[in-house]
Design a protein. Structure first.
Length: 136
């Protein structure tokens, strides 16, 4: 019985360690706040990584079932706050840029990108281009 408790304790410590490193990795470099809107129009905030490619900013969805990604598919007008400045964008999935965005994320976020990629993979990743919405 004692060895079962020890094994359970070690498992719990390992899970807490993996989770703690994940949280640190996710927040250790630049993070933006993306606001998408649910069915009732309620705002939903998600913290994400961002990279610059050509004339646009890009986000990366880990897979097409991610909640924030599904919300922007339903309503592509989003708000992004970067370095304290907010702007409105039309979010456009751009699978043709996924490999480049993955490379830029790996360069910018380094070990954190490698760690999170090891945990969740990158096979279903989708690049999302942010096209600025002109003020009326």
């Amino acid at each position: 019985m004692r060895w079962i408790l020890r094994a359970f304790g070690l498992l719990l410590v390992a899970l807490l360690l993996v989770g703690g490193v994940y949280q640190y990795a996710a927040e250790s470099r630049e993070v933006v706040v993306l606001t998408t809107y649910g069915e009732e129009g309620s705002p939903q905030e998600t913290r994400l990584w961002i990279v610059d490619l050509e004339a646009y900013q890009y986000l990366r969805a880990g897979f097409d079932g991610a909640g924030w990604y599904q919300r922007l598919i339903a309503d592509p007008e989003v708000e992004v706050v970067r370095n304290g400045d907010g702007a409105i964008y039309t979010a456009v999935p751009d699978p043709s840029k996924t490999a480049q965005v993955n490379d830029l994320m790996a360069d910018k976020y380094g070990w954190a990108d490698a760690y999170i990629g090891m945990l969740f993979g990158r096979g279903g990743a989708i690049a999302v281009r942010l096209e600025p919405v002109e003020a009326e």
